[in-house]
Design a protein around this ligand. Sequence first.
Ligand code: MRU
Length: 356
Amino acid sequence: MKSILEYDSVELSENGRDLIILDQSLLPNEEKFLHLTSAEQIFYAITLLKVRGASALGLTGALGLAMCMNRFEARTMAEFEKEFMRVKRYLSISRPTAVNLVWGLDRMESCYYRSREVTEGRPAAEAISYIQDQLTTEARTIKLEDVKMCLAISEYGASLLKPGSGILTYCNAGHLAVSRYGTALGPIYYAQQQGYMPKVYACETRPMLQGARLTAYELNKAGVDVTLICDNMASDVMARGKIDVVFFGCDRIAANGDVANKVGSSMLAILARHYGIPCYALGPTGMLDPSAPTGSDIVIEERPSFEVTDMYYDKPMAPKGIKVYNPAFDITPAGLLTGIITEKGIITPDKLGTLK
Ligand code: MRU
């Protein structure tokens, strides 16, 4: 049987014509891989959280755009370029908060312009084939870079752990949310490999249950000691001394170090401060968005009400038509974080701007 760390939550088929994703909306009950072959299928897979997690979204954008362009049959460069820009714009609006999606697509656009320059004056068919190859290579390179970043984050994060450390985590910033290993869960896998046997408490993460369905699933499958708790039990486990450190992921970091992550992350940071427990956000430095001076400048996705009232219940669990507020992310103020664990090291939020 394949270990969870050998699964790819997002990958491009060998011929570059299919985007293959593990359908995370079916986990933990069914492991089903989907072959996506159009921009529309990718868009819906993203909005329905079949593929989710900031880094995985960046990879989906880049690999997905390469896939769409490999399939597109253009007679002229103008036709090819028009379709490239259409798909790029379309995918970029599928989810607003994670910086990675737009970052991945922008990086593909830079690759497109570089390749177009190289092929200036060549026959259209030759130029298009060259650009398709370059786009495919670029998207695969982004994925390899992500693996390296996750490994570095895992090592830095694990340096904070001791044998048997108790870790509280939120949502899913693990293997399923990235290329490999994860950001918040990366140090846990690393520590486990070193024989540290970490003890993880995973918050279920209402309403979409990424903690219960995905984090508990992947850690359990990897043989890590994981205990599932409801989100409102976080204070209890902290008060009982079971938690040495809080690790959660991030979707975007504002210039002042405020962090956007799954709604409820700020609640853990506030609790951690109360109990004197260190609290870290983990993510690559590419999450930093200098165009957002503070967390309040980050657009927070609002999701449909049925996720709160109906999803995962046999019958609706709230009165029909009740008003629902369902933001997907919240902002943890920089001042509540002990640090941000990046691929370049562990830094305090105020030092982010100094990173090169
Ligand atoms: O709505 P989701 O499931 O995409 O939210 C995911 C998170 O909040 C993760 O913590 C974050 O994207 C980091 S993934 C490495």
